[in-house]
Design a binder for this molecule. Structure first.
Ligand code: FES
Length: 358
Protein backbone atom coordinates (compact mmCIF):
# COMPACT_ATOMS: atom_id res chain seq x y z
CA UNK A 1 0.00 0.00 0.00
CA UNK A 2 1.01 3.60 -0.57
CA UNK A 3 1.62 4.98 2.91
CA UNK A 4 1.70 8.75 3.43
CA UNK A 5 2.41 10.54 6.72
CA UNK A 6 -0.18 10.42 9.52
CA UNK A 7 -2.74 13.17 9.10
CA UNK A 8 -3.70 13.49 12.76
CA UNK A 9 -2.18 13.08 16.19
CA UNK A 10 -4.38 12.32 19.19
CA UNK A 11 -2.41 13.64 22.15
CA UNK A 12 -3.83 12.07 25.31
CA UNK A 13 -2.23 14.49 27.75
CA UNK A 14 -3.60 12.84 30.88
CA UNK A 15 -6.06 10.22 32.09
CA UNK A 16 -7.12 12.47 34.99
CA UNK A 17 -10.78 13.39 34.62
CA UNK A 18 -13.37 14.84 36.99
CA UNK A 19 -16.22 13.02 35.20
CA UNK A 20 -16.98 9.34 35.70
CA UNK A 21 -18.80 8.43 32.47
CA UNK A 22 -19.79 4.75 32.25
CA UNK A 23 -18.66 4.58 28.58
CA UNK A 24 -15.18 6.03 29.16
CA UNK A 25 -12.90 5.16 26.24
CA UNK A 26 -9.66 5.34 28.24
CA UNK A 27 -7.94 2.03 29.05
CA UNK A 28 -9.06 0.00 32.03
CA UNK A 29 -5.64 0.64 33.65
CA UNK A 30 -5.20 4.39 33.82
CA UNK A 31 -1.85 6.19 33.73
CA UNK A 32 -1.04 7.93 37.04
CA UNK A 33 -0.22 11.62 37.11
CA UNK A 34 3.39 10.91 38.13
CA UNK A 35 3.95 8.90 34.92
CA UNK A 36 2.66 11.60 32.54
CA UNK A 37 5.07 13.08 29.98
CA UNK A 38 6.37 16.48 31.12
CA UNK A 39 5.81 19.69 29.14
CA UNK A 40 9.13 19.64 27.28
CA UNK A 41 8.63 16.03 26.14
CA UNK A 42 5.15 16.86 24.78
CA UNK A 43 6.55 19.98 23.10
CA UNK A 44 9.19 17.86 21.31
CA UNK A 45 6.53 15.38 20.22
CA UNK A 46 4.39 18.17 18.77
CA UNK A 47 7.28 19.67 16.81
CA UNK A 48 8.35 16.24 15.60
CA UNK A 49 4.80 15.41 14.52
CA UNK A 50 4.55 18.62 12.48
CA UNK A 51 7.95 17.82 10.97
CA UNK A 52 6.81 14.45 9.60
CA UNK A 53 3.67 15.92 8.02
CA UNK A 54 0.96 15.65 10.70
CA UNK A 55 -1.69 18.31 10.02
CA UNK A 56 -3.93 18.28 13.12
CA UNK A 57 -3.40 17.68 16.78
CA UNK A 58 -6.33 16.72 18.99
CA UNK A 59 -5.58 17.43 22.66
CA UNK A 60 -7.52 14.88 24.61
CA UNK A 61 -7.54 12.89 27.85
CA UNK A 62 -8.99 12.21 30.35
CA UNK A 63 -9.64 15.88 30.71
CA UNK A 64 -6.81 17.81 29.03
CA UNK A 65 -7.72 20.98 30.97
CA UNK A 66 -6.43 19.10 34.05
CA UNK A 67 -2.95 19.87 32.70
CA UNK A 68 -1.73 23.31 33.75
CA UNK A 69 0.55 23.44 30.70
CA UNK A 70 -2.32 23.03 28.21
CA UNK A 71 -1.99 26.63 27.03
CA UNK A 72 1.78 26.20 26.48
CA UNK A 73 1.25 23.01 24.50
CA UNK A 74 -1.42 24.62 22.31
CA UNK A 75 0.95 27.53 21.63
CA UNK A 76 3.78 25.10 20.75
CA UNK A 77 1.56 23.13 18.38
CA UNK A 78 0.23 26.24 16.65
CA UNK A 79 3.75 27.62 16.26
CA UNK A 80 4.79 24.33 14.66
CA UNK A 81 1.99 24.80 12.10
CA UNK A 82 -0.51 22.25 13.44
CA UNK A 83 -4.27 22.78 13.41
CA UNK A 84 -5.21 22.59 17.08
CA UNK A 85 -8.34 20.98 18.52
CA UNK A 86 -9.19 20.62 22.20
CA UNK A 87 -11.49 17.73 23.17
CA UNK A 88 -12.88 18.62 26.57
CA UNK A 89 -15.69 18.16 29.08
CA UNK A 90 -15.28 21.87 29.83
CA UNK A 91 -14.58 21.17 33.51
CA UNK A 92 -11.44 23.03 34.56
CA UNK A 93 -11.77 25.76 31.91
CA UNK A 94 -12.39 29.37 32.89
CA UNK A 95 -13.16 32.43 30.78
CA UNK A 96 -9.57 33.57 31.21
CA UNK A 97 -8.15 30.18 30.18
CA UNK A 98 -10.33 30.10 27.05
CA UNK A 99 -9.17 33.62 26.12
CA UNK A 100 -5.54 32.60 26.57
CA UNK A 101 -6.11 29.45 24.50
CA UNK A 102 -7.55 31.63 21.72
CA UNK A 103 -4.55 33.97 21.93
CA UNK A 104 -2.30 30.90 21.66
CA UNK A 105 -4.19 29.96 18.48
CA UNK A 106 -6.52 27.19 19.55
CA UNK A 107 -8.48 26.63 16.33
CA UNK A 108 -11.30 24.39 17.51
CA UNK A 109 -12.93 23.16 20.70
CA UNK A 110 -14.95 19.97 20.93
CA UNK A 111 -17.23 20.05 23.97
CA UNK A 112 -18.77 16.84 25.29
CA UNK A 113 -22.39 16.98 26.40
CA UNK A 114 -23.93 14.07 28.30
CA UNK A 115 -27.58 15.19 28.13
CA UNK A 116 -29.56 18.38 27.54
CA UNK A 117 -31.29 18.07 30.91
CA UNK A 118 -29.38 18.77 34.20
CA UNK A 119 -30.45 15.77 36.32
CA UNK A 120 -29.78 13.31 33.51
CA UNK A 121 -26.45 14.99 32.72
CA UNK A 122 -25.47 14.57 36.39
CA UNK A 123 -26.56 10.94 36.39
CA UNK A 124 -24.60 10.04 33.25
CA UNK A 125 -21.41 11.94 34.08
CA UNK A 126 -21.37 11.04 37.79
CA UNK A 127 -20.61 14.73 38.36
CA UNK A 128 -22.85 17.44 39.79
CA UNK A 129 -23.65 20.57 37.84
CA UNK A 130 -21.61 19.90 34.72
CA UNK A 131 -24.27 21.34 32.41
CA UNK A 132 -24.13 25.02 33.53
CA UNK A 133 -20.33 24.90 33.19
CA UNK A 134 -20.65 23.50 29.65
CA UNK A 135 -23.04 26.29 28.70
CA UNK A 136 -20.55 28.83 30.04
CA UNK A 137 -17.64 27.21 28.16
CA UNK A 138 -19.62 27.29 24.90
CA UNK A 139 -20.28 31.03 25.40
CA UNK A 140 -16.60 31.79 26.15
CA UNK A 141 -15.56 29.72 23.12
CA UNK A 142 -17.89 31.58 20.79
CA UNK A 143 -16.83 34.96 22.13
CA UNK A 144 -13.15 34.05 21.73
CA UNK A 145 -13.73 33.17 18.06
CA UNK A 146 -12.83 29.47 18.44
CA UNK A 147 -14.84 27.05 16.26
CA UNK A 148 -17.14 24.84 18.36
CA UNK A 149 -18.31 21.24 17.95
CA UNK A 150 -20.65 19.59 20.45
CA UNK A 151 -19.90 15.94 20.97
CA UNK A 152 -22.78 13.80 22.24
CA UNK A 153 -22.15 10.14 23.04
CA UNK A 154 -25.52 8.42 22.76
CA UNK A 155 -26.96 5.38 24.53
CA UNK A 156 -30.20 4.11 25.98
CA UNK A 157 -30.36 6.71 28.77
CA UNK A 158 -30.16 9.80 26.53
CA UNK A 159 -31.27 8.72 23.03
CA UNK A 160 -34.87 9.74 23.58
CA UNK A 161 -33.60 13.29 24.11
CA UNK A 162 -31.77 13.42 20.77
CA UNK A 163 -34.07 16.17 19.34
CA UNK A 164 -33.39 18.31 22.44
CA UNK A 165 -29.65 17.55 22.14
CA UNK A 166 -29.71 18.87 18.56
CA UNK A 167 -31.59 21.99 19.72
CA UNK A 168 -29.05 22.49 22.48
CA UNK A 169 -26.11 22.30 20.05
CA UNK A 170 -27.68 25.16 18.07
CA UNK A 171 -28.40 27.12 21.23
CA UNK A 172 -24.76 26.70 22.30
CA UNK A 173 -23.61 28.17 18.99
CA UNK A 174 -21.94 25.00 17.69
CA UNK A 175 -21.17 24.75 13.99
CA UNK A 176 -21.04 20.97 14.17
CA UNK A 177 -22.62 18.23 16.27
CA UNK A 178 -21.16 14.76 16.53
CA UNK A 179 -23.77 12.19 17.51
CA UNK A 180 -21.84 9.01 18.26
CA UNK A 181 -23.18 5.79 19.72
CA UNK A 182 -21.07 4.14 22.41
CA UNK A 183 -18.29 1.77 21.32
CA UNK A 184 -18.50 -1.37 23.45
CA UNK A 185 -14.98 -2.21 24.49
CA UNK A 186 -12.87 -1.25 27.49
CA UNK A 187 -14.87 0.27 30.34
CA UNK A 188 -18.04 0.57 28.22
CA UNK A 189 -18.17 -3.21 27.91
CA UNK A 190 -18.82 -3.40 31.68
CA UNK A 191 -21.84 -1.15 31.20
CA UNK A 192 -23.16 -2.67 28.02
CA UNK A 193 -26.46 -3.83 29.53
CA UNK A 194 -27.15 -0.36 30.93
CA UNK A 195 -26.09 1.52 27.79
CA UNK A 196 -27.32 -0.51 24.83
CA UNK A 197 -30.19 1.19 23.01
CA UNK A 198 -33.21 -0.73 21.83
CA UNK A 199 -33.67 -1.35 18.12
CA UNK A 200 -36.60 1.10 18.14
CA UNK A 201 -34.40 3.81 19.68
CA UNK A 202 -31.64 3.21 17.13
CA UNK A 203 -34.09 3.39 14.20
CA UNK A 204 -35.70 6.55 15.58
CA UNK A 205 -32.26 8.17 16.03
CA UNK A 206 -31.39 7.58 12.38
CA UNK A 207 -34.66 9.21 11.26
CA UNK A 208 -34.19 12.15 13.64
CA UNK A 209 -30.67 12.78 12.33
CA UNK A 210 -31.79 12.56 8.68
CA UNK A 211 -34.62 15.02 9.28
CA UNK A 212 -32.42 17.43 11.24
CA UNK A 213 -29.65 17.33 8.62
CA UNK A 214 -32.11 18.39 5.92
CA UNK A 215 -33.72 21.08 8.10
CA UNK A 216 -30.46 22.52 9.44
CA UNK A 217 -28.36 22.67 6.27
CA UNK A 218 -26.08 25.70 6.54
CA UNK A 219 -26.79 26.04 10.29
CA UNK A 220 -25.47 22.87 11.92
CA UNK A 221 -23.48 20.03 10.41
CA UNK A 222 -24.38 16.71 12.04
CA UNK A 223 -21.96 13.78 11.92
CA UNK A 224 -23.51 10.48 12.92
CA UNK A 225 -21.80 7.32 14.14
CA UNK A 226 -24.47 4.58 14.14
CA UNK A 227 -24.60 1.75 16.69
CA UNK A 228 -22.63 -1.31 15.59
CA UNK A 229 -25.14 -3.82 16.92
CA UNK A 230 -27.75 -2.86 14.35
CA UNK A 231 -25.43 -2.23 11.40
CA UNK A 232 -25.06 -4.31 8.24
CA UNK A 233 -21.36 -3.55 7.81
CA UNK A 234 -18.79 -2.33 10.33
CA UNK A 235 -17.37 1.19 10.50
CA UNK A 236 -13.96 1.92 8.95
CA UNK A 237 -12.57 2.27 12.47
CA UNK A 238 -9.71 4.81 12.69
CA UNK A 239 -10.08 5.24 8.90
CA UNK A 240 -8.12 1.98 8.68
CA UNK A 241 -5.48 0.78 11.15
CA UNK A 242 -2.27 2.80 10.86
CA UNK A 243 -3.50 4.75 7.86
CA UNK A 244 -4.72 8.12 9.11
CA UNK A 245 -3.52 8.89 12.59
CA UNK A 246 -1.55 8.01 15.67
CA UNK A 247 -2.36 8.25 19.37
CA UNK A 248 0.16 9.08 22.06
CA UNK A 249 -0.76 8.04 25.60
CA UNK A 250 -0.06 10.20 28.69
CA UNK A 251 3.14 8.26 29.34
CA UNK A 252 4.29 8.52 25.70
CA UNK A 253 3.38 5.19 24.13
CA UNK A 254 2.63 5.49 20.41
CA UNK A 255 -0.51 3.62 19.36
CA UNK A 256 -2.35 3.04 16.07
CA UNK A 257 -5.65 3.47 17.94
CA UNK A 258 -6.59 4.84 21.37
CA UNK A 259 -7.77 1.38 22.49
CA UNK A 260 -4.95 -0.63 20.91
CA UNK A 261 -3.47 -1.55 24.29
CA UNK A 262 -6.41 -3.94 24.75
CA UNK A 263 -4.73 -6.18 22.14
CA UNK A 264 -2.34 -8.13 24.34
CA UNK A 265 0.12 -9.53 21.79
CA UNK A 266 1.04 -6.09 20.42
CA UNK A 267 3.88 -4.12 21.96
CA UNK A 268 4.14 -0.40 21.54
CA UNK A 269 7.08 1.94 21.19
CA UNK A 270 7.59 5.08 23.22
CA UNK A 271 8.27 8.62 22.00
CA UNK A 272 11.96 9.40 22.08
CA UNK A 273 12.99 5.75 21.60
CA UNK A 274 13.35 6.44 17.86
CA UNK A 275 12.00 9.07 15.44
CA UNK A 276 8.21 9.31 15.32
CA UNK A 277 8.25 8.91 11.53
CA UNK A 278 10.05 5.58 11.87
CA UNK A 279 7.58 4.36 14.47
CA UNK A 280 4.77 5.26 12.04
CA UNK A 281 6.26 3.43 9.07
CA UNK A 282 8.20 0.57 10.66
CA UNK A 283 6.81 -0.42 14.04
CA UNK A 284 5.32 -3.88 14.31
CA UNK A 285 2.18 -2.56 16.03
CA UNK A 286 1.38 -0.11 13.22
CA UNK A 287 2.03 -2.72 10.57
CA UNK A 288 0.06 -5.50 12.29
CA UNK A 289 -3.26 -4.66 10.60
CA UNK A 290 -2.29 -2.31 7.77
CA UNK A 291 -3.42 -3.09 4.25
CA UNK A 292 -5.28 -6.34 3.56
CA UNK A 293 -2.72 -9.14 3.99
CA UNK A 294 -3.62 -9.78 7.63
CA UNK A 295 -7.33 -10.18 6.86
CA UNK A 296 -9.34 -13.34 7.27
CA UNK A 297 -10.62 -14.97 4.07
CA UNK A 298 -14.07 -13.46 4.73
CA UNK A 299 -12.68 -9.90 4.64
CA UNK A 300 -10.13 -10.45 1.90
CA UNK A 301 -12.82 -11.74 -0.47
CA UNK A 302 -15.22 -8.91 0.37
CA UNK A 303 -15.81 -5.93 -1.94
CA UNK A 304 -15.92 -3.68 1.17
CA UNK A 305 -12.38 -4.55 2.23
CA UNK A 306 -11.03 -1.14 1.19
CA UNK A 307 -14.15 0.65 2.41
CA UNK A 308 -14.36 -0.49 6.02
CA UNK A 309 -10.88 -2.11 6.27
CA UNK A 310 -12.36 -5.08 8.13
CA UNK A 311 -13.92 -2.84 10.79
CA UNK A 312 -12.59 -2.43 14.29
CA UNK A 313 -9.66 -4.55 15.55
CA UNK A 314 -10.38 -3.78 19.19
CA UNK A 315 -14.00 -4.84 18.82
CA UNK A 316 -12.94 -8.03 17.03
CA UNK A 317 -10.69 -8.83 19.98
CA UNK A 318 -13.29 -7.93 22.61
CA UNK A 319 -16.07 -10.01 21.08
CA UNK A 320 -14.41 -12.67 18.91
CA UNK A 321 -11.25 -13.07 20.98
CA UNK A 322 -9.08 -12.47 17.89
CA UNK A 323 -8.02 -9.01 16.74
CA UNK A 324 -7.57 -10.28 13.17
CA UNK A 325 -11.10 -11.69 12.95
CA UNK A 326 -13.80 -10.05 10.86
CA UNK A 327 -15.41 -7.39 13.02
CA UNK A 328 -18.44 -9.16 14.56
CA UNK A 329 -20.53 -6.08 13.67
CA UNK A 330 -20.30 -7.24 10.03
CA UNK A 331 -23.21 -9.38 8.85
CA UNK A 332 -20.65 -11.65 7.13
CA UNK A 333 -18.84 -12.43 10.38
CA UNK A 334 -19.50 -15.92 11.80
CA UNK A 335 -19.87 -14.13 15.17
CA UNK A 336 -22.48 -11.67 13.94
CA UNK A 337 -25.57 -13.56 15.19
CA UNK A 338 -24.08 -13.92 18.65
CA UNK A 339 -22.94 -10.28 18.62
CA UNK A 340 -26.45 -9.08 17.79
CA UNK A 341 -28.00 -11.43 20.33
CA UNK A 342 -25.91 -9.68 22.98
CA UNK A 343 -27.55 -6.41 21.96
CA UNK A 344 -30.31 -6.90 24.50
CA UNK A 345 -30.62 -3.92 26.80
CA UNK A 346 -30.88 -4.79 30.50
CA UNK A 347 -33.47 -2.53 32.13
CA UNK A 348 -32.21 -3.51 35.62
CA UNK A 349 -28.56 -2.67 34.99
CA UNK A 350 -27.09 0.37 36.73
CA UNK A 351 -24.07 2.39 35.69
CA UNK A 352 -20.66 1.34 36.95
CA UNK A 353 -18.88 4.70 37.04
CA UNK A 354 -15.31 5.32 35.94
CA UNK A 355 -13.45 7.18 38.69
CA UNK A 356 -9.85 8.29 38.45
CA UNK A 357 -7.90 7.81 41.64
CA UNK A 358 -4.47 9.41 41.49
FE1 FES B 1 -9.16 0.19 18.06
FE2 FES B 1 -11.38 0.32 16.53
S1 FES B 1 -11.12 1.05 18.56
S2 FES B 1 -9.37 -0.33 15.95
Amino acid sequence: MNLGPPMALLAELTHRCPLACPYCSNPVDLVRRSAELPTDAWASVLREAAGIGVLHVHFSGGEPASRRDLETLVATAAKAGLYTNLITSGIGLTEVRVKILAEHRLDHLQLSVQAPEPDLANLISGYRNALPQKRAVAGWTNRAGIALTVNAVMHRANLDLLPQTIDMAIELGAQRLEVAHVQYHGWALRNRGALLPTRAQADAARAIVDEARARLTGILRIDYVPPDHFAQFPKPCMGGWGQVGMTITPEGRVLPCHAAETIPHLSFETVGSRPLGEIWTDSAAFNAYRGTDWMSETCRACSHREVDFGGCRCQALAHAGDAAATDPACERSPMNKEFRAKAAADPQAEFVYRRFTA
